[in-house]
Design a protein around this ligand. Structure first.
Ligand code: FE2
Length: 285
């Protein structure tokens, strides 16, 4: 047990399993946020996990497609993806690296596997932008694995800090609008970890390997692999690994603005959404 007042513990407010789907040119993935069971968790619009050893599940990739009005965050665990956009930006995503792309006013890009065999695994998270930033110029924050700090809060616990802070160590990504926390947490079986979440943020834990208990006492709930917990209650997250476990812990400041979304466009009003379609069709991205 931890020494923290149980009233301050984050608890599991909702629990769900991702839905198998396909996107791009037929890439098989698991949609965890952005499906009918959890359409969004403000400011998060979508979370996809892709993970497969079978080349046919990923080889077709994500050929040219547009985005406007939000950010796409790709975190690779295994495999390599080549990224290109219509503004001349190109990059290679490698294991342990992250690409935080602010689509803003719009771009057209492709995300294609740079391999023909072997394992491809990672996440794509969509983070909304506030109305005032939706038409900002596109921007990239790209970091290789060597730029992601690794913190060891205690024996058997390792945390990679992509965004936000752990024990005073800050991740490289900056986004003042939503002040995101994005952590990749690895725990040996039986180990536990306590972390103070930013107050007022919406937060979730997604287990991608192993099994984890969130909270303590009567509020404790177990998450198995491929399960997401939406957190509620207090801001002190307590987790205990029931097996060797890896999970992402993500939090963001909610925008509390109207969302008008369709496919790769996420705006505030229906009129802005229609304008996005027109602008894209007329080549203004
Ligand atoms: Fe994309």
């Amino acid at each position: 047990m931890s020494a923290i007042d149980p009233a301050r513990h984050a608890r599991v407010a909702g629990r769900l399993r991702g839905m198998p789907t396909s996107d791009g040119a037929g890439v098989r993935l698991t949609r965890v946020i952005g499906s009918p069971q959890l359409p969004d968790l403000d400011p998060f619009l979508l979370l996809d996990e892709f993970g497969t050893e079978r080349a046919e599940d990923y080889i077709a990739g994500f050929p040219e497609h547009p985005h406007r009005g939000f950010e796409t965050v790709t975190y690779m665990l295994d495999g390599r993806m080549r990224h290109r956009d219509n503004k001349g930006h190109e990059g290679l995503l490698v294991p342990g690296g992250v690409q935080w792309m602010t689509a803003g006013s719009g771009l057209v890009h492709s995300e294609m596997p740079e391999q023909e065999a072997g394992r491809m695994r990672g996440f794509q998270l969509w983070v909304n932008l506030p109305a005032k930033d939706k038409m900002t110029a596109p921007r990239y924050q790209e970091f290789g694995p060597e730029r992601i700090p690794l913190v060891q809060p205690s024996e058997g616990v390792e945390v990679r800090v992509i965004a936000g802070q752990v024990d005073g160590v800050a991740g490289p990504v900056a986004q003042p609008a939503t002040d995101p926390l994005y952590l990749d947490v690895a725990l040996e079986a039986g180990r536990s970890w306590t972390h103070r979440l930013p107050a007022g943020h919406n937060a979730f834990v997604y287990v991608y390997e192993g099994a984890l208990t969130v909270g303590e006492g009567d509020d404790a709930r177990q998450l198995s692999a491929q399960e997401l917990a939406v957190l509620g209650g207090g801001d002190v997250l307590f987790v205990q690994a029931n097996a060797a476990t890896r999970a992402i812990v993500v939090a963001g400041r909610p925008l509390r603005e109207p969302v008008a979304r369709h496919g790769p466009f996420v705006m505030n009003t229906r009129e802005e959404l229609m304008q996005a379609f027109v602008d894209f069709q007329e080549g203004r991205f």
